[in-house]
Design a protein around this ligand. Structure first.
Ligand code: GTP
Ligand code: MG
Length: 343
């Protein structure tokens, strides 16, 4: 029997040709699609708790640890262990696809122009969809400005280097400024009201809220062609809430899961995920740059591209491409002006 999964239904409402088409998500299986109610030991009340905590899919449950599921869904640990064991047996684990299928998926990658030729060149033509880009640097280095600029650029037509789509902005530090969007839009000849209409902003009050907002984006993307998701900043809440060595492992696990959620979103929607990250001072470092991104290698490894921003003379900013699967390391220089990012 051929079953179209929920994601397929989501896609079928869309018209944009670069979306992952319905046929590609059709799975040939012999059983109907399972829901959390099908798990052993899950009655309506437990199902509701799981859903409320964002666990809609069996796979999302299968990859949890009992203590984590217990905490997030407010269940007992023994019950959680049983539910996870059931989910492991029943979930569609997915898995391997051919190199050709992967090449087809890569062909759908689109590139968003930053509006500066130096940054675009550094990134091999612009910011790629189906990727997480981590922009990290010290305070005032321009991370939030890059976010605002990409938000405006995303709604531009494809022929102008945009993606003709919409933007979700998760703002954790209350630094999103509609006035700045207006300024940048006017500089590009875009109607500011139209720009602001297509940029959806949510203030995340803590890390749990931040994580839930990603689920909300997934839900809203059924009807909205989301091409850029910004999390500014990715790590500030996690850093404030999980303090000290004893909390480090939990913090990293949560961050890891959050990054995986974001990556999945970027793959399904063929969209860009931009996350910003501060650096922590490492005054004892003798060589190299005495700064290190927060979140360590969890965030670093989960990101497809990493851009390190630093301030330079005369208001200039230097962006260094630190990690990339297929591009050489290098640097680009740009400035932040009233009109936005410029060469
Ligand atoms: P944190 O979030 O504190 O870590 O910093 P950040 O890296 O996000 O820095 P942000 O992007 O907020 O950069 C702030 C800098 O951008 C300011 O110090 C200014 O140099 C520049 N900037 C911001 N807004 C404007 C503007 O309207 N005009 C001009 N010319 N520069 C601006
Ligand atoms: Mg900022």
């Amino acid at each position: 029997m051929r079953v179209v999964c929920v994601k397929g239904e989501m896609m079928s409402k869309k018209t944009a040709s670069e979306k992952i088409s319905e046929e590609e998500i059709v799975i040939d299986i012999d059983e109907p699609e399972l829901t959390v109610e099908d798990l052993p030991g899950v009655g309506p009340a437990t199902a509701e708790k799981l859903r409320e905590a964002g666990f809609e899919e069996l796979l999302a449950i299968a990859v949890m640890s009992p203590s984590e599921l217990a905490e997030q869904a407010e269940l007992g640990e023994a019950v959680s262990a049983k539910i996870i064991a059931g989910a492991k047996r029943m979930a569609n684990i997915g898995g391997f696809i051919s190199g050709n299928a992967l090449l087809e998926k890569r062909k759908r990658v689109q590139k968003l122009s930053s509006g500066t030729s130096s940054l675009d060149e550094l990134l091999g033509g612009g910011f790629e969809t189906q990727a997480i880009i981590e922009v990290y640097g010290e305070f005032g280095s321009g991370k939030t400005q890059v976010g605002h600029q990409l938000a405006v650029n995303t709604i531009r037509p494809i022929e102008d280097g945009g993606l003709d789509g919409e933007v979700f902005y998760i703002d954790t530090e209350d630094t999103f400024r509609p006035e700045r969007i207006t300024q940048m839009a006017i500089a590009l000849g875009i109607d500011p009201a139209d720009a602001l209409e297509r940029i959806h902003v949510a203030r995340a009050y803590n890390s749990a809220h931040q994580i839930l907002l990603v689920d909300e984006i997934k839900r809203m993307s059924k009807n909205i062609d989301v091409k850029l998701v910004i999390v500014d900043s990715l790590t500030s809440h996690f850093r404030a809430e999980y303090i000290g060595r004893g909390m480090l492992a939990t913090r990293q696990q949560k961050l890891n899961r959050h990054m995986k959620d974001l990556k999945q979103l970027s793959d399904i929607q063929n969209s860009i995920i931009l996350v910003t990250n501060q650096v922590m001072s490492k005054p004892d470092a003798m060589w190299g740059d005495p700064t290190k991104a927060i979140g360590g290698h969890i965030v670093g490894h989960a990101s497809t591209f990493r851009l390190y921003l630093r301030k330079s003379k005369g208001g200039r900013r230097i962006a260094r491409l630190v990690d990339s699967p297929n591009l050489p390391e290098g640097e680009a220089v740009f400035t932040v002006t009233a009109e936005g990012l410029q060469d």
